[in-house]
Write a protein that binds this ligand. Sequence first.
Ligand code: SAM
Length: 267
Amino acid sequence: MASLAQSPTRPPYSMVKITQGNTRVAQNIYDNDQFFANYSSLPRSRDGLAAAPEWPALQAFLPPVPGARVLDLGCGFGWFARWAIEAGAANVLGIDISANMLARALELTESDAITYRQGDLESLAMDEPPFDLVYSSLAFHYIEDFGKLARGMAEWLRPGGRLVFSVEHPIFTAPSTQEFIEGPDGRPAWPLNRYLDEGPRVTAWLAPGVVKYHRTIGTYVRDLVAAGLVVRDIVEWAPSPEAITEHPEWGENRERPPFLLVAADRP
Ligand SMILES: C[S@@+](CC[C@H](N)C(=O)[O-])C[C@H]1O[C@@H](n2cnc3c(N)ncnc32)[C@H](O)[C@@H]1O
């Protein structure tokens, strides 16, 4: 059985950032009942990587996985952790702030090479030996201080190790209102504003009061470089026209990329 390494008990999480002494505690929206019920019914929550259309592009960024020590930040239900073990990884440590997500991950996981730990990426301390791969899918746009996290990730990787992550694309996270409108030509249009105004955006995705942090592509790259990492590749991912023929419901995502995928190396 996979194990759950519990962090010290925390107070209940609020809908917004709260402070304990001088330490900021991140929002934990995945432990909100309404949000968790809606998130659990999404295709990618039920069917995992096979239902994540950007997965093949993210997978193409991975280094060889056999034998690798892997850290999965914001691991959610553990879909990637289980894939990595099946692909031959030596072990995976999955970190997530949400007790709900980790409880489901444990239910779905049989391998004892996977450990799940409750932790906040805003203030994560790590005393494990360095990892070959640090991976994260769609979690870093919940993090306010990406520069600090980037410095942490650079430390947690061994020299020659790789960071691979996806986030909601900055064009997606920037606007005051994150919904398509009808453009003058009748096509869906994404009302991009506030691109250079970095910081929190409160959205109503799956529940009211969901806080995500917008930052520009420039800031993502600059923070990684300042942490000593070398950016290898960036994909502004959107479904291909062929994929949209098969899944017409993804069509609007050709109007603006929903995800940014990044690979970086620790030299
Ligand atoms: C969209 S889900 C992605 C889950 C998983 N990586 C996947 O792709 O299936 C985002 C995950 O990030 C976690 N998360 C958000 N903020 C976090 C934080 N400050 N520290 C740790 N995990 C966080 C959430 O609890 C949630 O499980």
